[in-house]
Design a protein around this ligand. Sequence first.
Ligand SMILES: Nc1nc2c(ncn2[C@@H]2O[C@H](COP(=O)(O)OP(=O)(O)OP(=O)(O)O)[C@@H](O)[C@H]2O)c(=O)[nH]1
Ligand SMILES: [Mg+2]
Length: 343
Amino acid sequence: MRFIDEARVFVRAGKGGDGAIAFLREKYRPFGGPAGGDGGRGGSVIFEVDEGLSTLLDFKYQPRLVARDGQPGRGKQQYGKAGADMVVRVPPGTVIFDDETGDTIADLVMPGSRAVIAQAGEGGRGNMHFATPTRRSPRIATPGTAGVQRWVRLELRLVAEAGLVGLPNAGKSTLLTALSAARPKIAPYPFTTLAPNIGRVFVSGTGHQDEESFTVADIPGLIEGAHRGQGLGIRFLRHLARTRMLVFVVDAGASPAAAFATVRREIGAFDPALLLRPALVALNKIDLIASKEIAGAASELQHDVGLRVFPISAERRIGLEPMVKEIARMLSDSGGAEAECRN
Ligand SMILES: Nc1nc2c(ncn2[C@@H]2O[C@H](COP(=O)(O)OP(=O)(O)OP(=O)(O)O)[C@@H](O)[C@H]2O)c(=O)[nH]1
Ligand SMILES: [Mg+2]
């Protein structure tokens, strides 16, 4: 399945049906009263979160979403039928902007939550409402109003509690694989990961559904200039927006302090608020350095960056448990599960 996290879509709600002008024509009442019914309201375009979706791909194939018009009113005081609403399913984490003004229309996170993206037009009033003692045969009815139509821009922002960030090849995907059931591609070259992956980490590792757990996102590697669109760049930085903490993954064998500084600078240039999130550092690939050097390297890095450093080997699964416990503790300190979604 292709991962698509941006789309531009045209939405149009249905027009309301016109009110009718009609008169009762009965055998013994040739000039009967006004009997034109009201038009039906149009259908609205409504977006609804479907947990089963994880991409905006469908919108590439169907960029026009048009709801039905209401039916006009009819004689004998009959109302026109309302147009059906069009309910469109979107993945959790979809933000909808008005393409022209840039205003946020809705930010849909929780499964089942809904928002009206294009409001339907109202039905017009039939002439049956316009009779007065002095105007017994009104030839007045109102037209239905138009439904809202506009271009909207959709952005998918993943809903994960912790985000793995680091230079290409640092071992982010290997770490996600070691911690969760997610199986992103891993390879010894940069930019292996082309789209974010999410995994659920069970804190004591049994995988039972009642166990304490959190979600982690692995995003493509960041390089110098990422915030200006270098590498895979900015497109993926926004997936950090909803995370509540960051895990910096650095390769112990490749100038970890400099790698940390580069990644931190790129994230800060994209959105300085991201740097206020709680964070820790995973000093990865310690299996490649001499064991007597590990403790020294970790405390030196901790001193340089001012964050807690956990020496690990994602590939050999060394040192993961204390880090996972610390991530869980920091997440529970930084607010409840509900708070995470409201960025
Ligand atoms: N020796 C050793 N190699 C590791 C370790 N973790 C990852 N690697 C290797 O490092 C290479 C890159 O790993 P990935 O997990 O693909 O790195 P990434 O950070 O996801 O890379 P991008 O997706 O390109 O940003 C692979 O060859 C991994 O096998 C580790 O703990 N020890
Ligand atoms: Mg990767």
